[in-house]
Structures are given as C-alpha cells and as structure tokens.
Ligand binder design. Sequence first.
Ligand SMILES: *Cc1c(COP(=O)(O)O)cnc(C)c1O
Length: 341
Amino acid sequence: MWIDLRSDTVTHPTEEMRQAMAQAEVGDDVYGDDPTVNRLELLASEILGKEAALFVPSGTFGNQVAIMSHTQRGDEILVGEGCHILMHEVGGAAVLSGVQTRSFPTSLGDVTISQLEKMIRGMDIHFPNTGLICMENAHSSGTAVPLETLRAVYRLAKSKNIPVHIDGARIFNGAAALDVDVKELTACADSVNVCLSKGLGAPVGSLLVGGHHFIAKARKNRKLMGGGLRQAGVLAAAGIIALTKMVSRIGEDHKNARYLANRLEEIESCHVYRNRLDINMVFFTLPESVISESALVAGLHNAGIKINGQEDGEYRFVTNYGVSVEDIDKVIETMKRIILH
Ligand SMILES: *Cc1c(COP(=O)(O)O)cnc(C)c1O
C-alpha cells in the first residue's frame, strides 16, 4: 500500500461506499428519476442550509456552472489572487461563460473589505459589470478564512446587489478548523461548491448548493456543459456516505497534519509554514543543499511514499484518511535516512 501525500483527492472509496454503490437504486437523473441522486441532493441542501443542491461531476464543474449561472457574457467576476478558479481551472470562466476575471489581493485567503469594495465597478460606459464575487474556504494556501470576513464580504456584496459564490471544495475542513457549523459559512454566499471526492473520500463528484431558482438555472447549464448524467445514483450513493459518515472525522486529518508538521521540524533546515496549518495541508521548504527535489521525490517513491515536487519553491504534504500516524512516522524516518545519504 502506497502512502500518498500528494493530495486528499487520492483517497479511495471506503468499503461502505463500495457496498452502497453496488446496491444503489438508480434511475435516469436527466429525467429527475434517480432516487439516490435525489436523496443526495436533498441531504446536501439540508446539511449545507440551502434550498436546493445539484450533483456535478467535479469541483471545477461546480465552480464553472455556478459562474455561468450567476453571470452574463462580458461581466467581470472578482476572485481572490491565487485562488483555484483563477489558477487551476484552465481559464474556464473566459471560455465557458465569456466573463473577465479580475483578482483582488488576499492575505492567505483573507480579504480587506475596503480593498474589495474599491474593485466593484461603478456606472461608466467603459466599465464591465461586476457580476459575481468568489471566495474560497478553506483556502488552498492551507488556511480557513475567518467567518467575520465571509460575513463582511457578503454584506458588502448584498449592498451592491452582487451575488457571492464560495468555492467550498474543502468547506467542511474550513468549518472544522473554525469550529463552526458549516451552515454559518454557507449562509455567507448565494451558492457554494463542495467536493465529495477530496477528504470526504467519495470517488467522484461535487455538489453545488443555492436557492431554488439558481439551482434550476444551474441544472440547465449543467446539461449544456455535458454534465447531465444518467444512472448517477451509483456515484451519489458514495456521496451520501461521504456526507453522513466522513464529515465528522475530518478533524483527524487536521490533527495528523499538525503532527506531521511537528515531526518535519525535527529535520534540520526544514521550515514549516506554521501560519498555514489550519487544515490537512503542511507547507514547508527544504533547501536544495540538504536534499534536491528529485532525490527527495525518488527516495520517498522507492520507499512506497508518493509526494509532489515543489510548487513555487514549497513542498505541500496533504493528510487524508488513508494516512495514519504510523505512516507519518515512516515518512519522517525515510526522509531522515535519505537525507543522510
Ligand atoms: C480541488 C479543488 C477544486 C476542484 O476540484 P476538482 O474536482 O479537482 O475539479 C476547486 N477548488 C478548490 C479550492 C480545490 O481545492
């Protein structure tokens, strides 16, 4: 068995998920006939405190269908610098929705309201319309954005009549880190995208939640984007287990991440970013003079441990339910051994 620290997307479905998938009652979801998808969507709307939910193939899909459903062609959408929608969705907002993306400065996902306010467009024949504000929580930098910030952003947006979307790929990590009910976070947006296939362990799928009218529009846009699935209950069955059985254990991944951080600090010259340790991610640097990137990746790989290479000079190790405390000990012992050589 590999120890895989590359992401929490690498998690395999649990035995219970596989059972549920095998036995799932299905129908044709494009007809609205799949009882398991309907059950998942109802459950998601309840847990996340919104009127309705839509099962979509991926997190990227959920964000993009949300952007399409909130905006008009030629709108400008405001997104945090470095966020997933801006950096990791292949420019989809421009291609699929014909919108212009403009980024506002953030401090690890946190926002200064006066700065954001300045970026909202006024009335001028030259200006595009500000069609949407996007937040991300938990933030990909490894932090949970404070609830007060989300509330302030939503208040500002409402006063300007602009919808807010939260990319909540890891919203349950955010809620656990902030120690609040996830509904407190989702209440700060008109729509939220939630990944089932990261720390929650489902093999496929995300959920987009929002109001009835918005979700009806998103359902049609999902079809336009080719995401109308048929007997999707086979997938939704795993999603139901993800929402009912996997949410409550997500804090364990956070605890393990902090344990991993502590142990990494035993390695000389290893610098862990303590200010970005809210969730299941550990960011650190290890100088080339101690060990080269290629030697570290290859050395760990030979010992059955998968990691990604550096991004912007930093390593990122991600804990998930497939990574135990013993696994972390093995990672550290292996790193110490290959660094000595
Ligand atoms: C993973 C992720 C997504 C997209 O999820 P995919 O299912 O990989 O498309 C979106 N936003 C954030 C913050 C993510 O971490």
